[in-house]
Design a protein around this ligand. Structure first.
Ligand code: ADP
Ligand code: MG
Length: 306
């Protein structure tokens, strides 16, 4: 399985190009899932169909989906509050109920929810040859892509802290015997400690997502238009991708017209200075769309990315 992320400034044509690429790959016989992670979905509009959280068959080889990020956030919070309640069942000291109510508004929940939804999409690796992802605005996309690495770092810290706690419990155990609180014998051995095993599970999970995102099976394409605002946004994305050690596969000047040739040449010259030579580039012309056919693009996008 391969994944393709399209990123770029709002309005440059990420959704349109995602849809067109997915459609072209499916026409070549690959099984494809096109999924939108933009909270303001328009994948359904582009294909002229109604979409939701469940995948919908557009053709025998193309499935479409608009991820429900609100639902993903609710599920993310539910899973984590369940874990907390279970792990801390022996103590009421934290007044967790109050904390749970406001969690939905906590910074980072949006990103974790999107990442969790992305993980569940990536689990389909045997069902699809390609998963094409229409991303939310740049800043959010970069934060989602950065999240696995950031999470690995703090889980590592938490594991160290937890190990210290267990060591101290071990000392107490040696002096006073088994340490019991509300009838529950507390673990002092990492292998028996539920908190430690949860941390290990989370650590492994995020390492596997991070490795996948950094692998050559993951392609990231930056879309821009022949205008300087979208060029500047692309430069910021390049920097973000480099900082995050993520692969840039191609850049694409969309909505190109012959009148814009001069601007496009200048912009692309600036752009190419910042990228590696093996990154491919294409110009996609402004299409004369009629109605529900904006996924039809007169350019071999599939060929560019295969
Ligand atoms: N190559 C193109 N030719 C003509 N119109 C385009 C092209 N690419 C995108 N558009 C139009 O530009 C608008 C924004 O495109 P969209 O794909 O929604 O952008 P984004 O997802 O980046 O916000 C839409 O009206 C779309 O039909
Ligand atoms: Mg879009």
């Amino acid at each position: 399985m391969r994944t393709i992320f399209f990123t770029g400034k709002g309005g440059v044509g990420k959704s349109t190009i995602s849809a067109a690429t997915a459609f072209q790959l499916s026409e070549k016989g690959y099984t494809v899932l096109a999924v939108s992670f933009d909270p303001a979905h328009n994948l359904g509009d582009i294909f002229g169909v109604r979409l939701g959280h469940r995948t919908k068959k557009f053709s025998s080889t193309l499935h479409l989906q608009e991820a429900d990020l609100e639902k993903a956030a609710a599920e993310y919070i539910k899973t984590n509050t369940d874990i907390l309640t279970e792990v801390y069942s022996y103590t009421k000291a934290f007044n967790l109920d109050m904390y749970f109510k406001v969690l939905r508004y906590a910074p980072g929940v949006e990103e974790y929810a999107a990442l969790t939804a992305l993980e569940s999409v990536l689990k389909n690796e045997h069902a699809y040859d390609y998963i094409v992802i229409d991303t939310p605005p740049t800043a959010l996309t970069l934060r989602i892509l950065a999240l696995p690495r950031i999470t690995i770092t703090w889980i590592d810290r938490l594991r160290r802290i937890r190990r210290d706690i267990l060591d101290k419990r071990h000392t107490v155990h040696n002096i006073t015997g088994a340490y019991v609180e509300d009838g529950v014998k507390l673990a002092y051995n990492a292998n028996e400690d539920p908190v430690m095993s949860k941390l290990r599970e989370l650590f492994d999970r995020y390492v596997s997502v991070a490795k996948y995102l950094e692998s050559t099976n993951n392609k990231i394409v930056v879309v821009l238009n022949p205008d300087y605002l979208s060029l500047r946004e692309s430069e910021r994305i390049f920097k973000g991708l480099t900082d995050l050690n993520l692969p840039l596969t191609a850049t694409l000047t969309n909505k190109y017209t012959d009148e814009k040739a001069g601007v496009a040449d200048e912009m692309e010259a600036e752009l190419f200075k910042l990228r590696d030579d093996d990154v491919s580039h294409a110009r996609v012309k402004l299409q004369p769309y009629t109605r529900d056919d904006s996924y039809m693009i007169d350019y071999d996008l599939a060929g560019l990315l295969l």
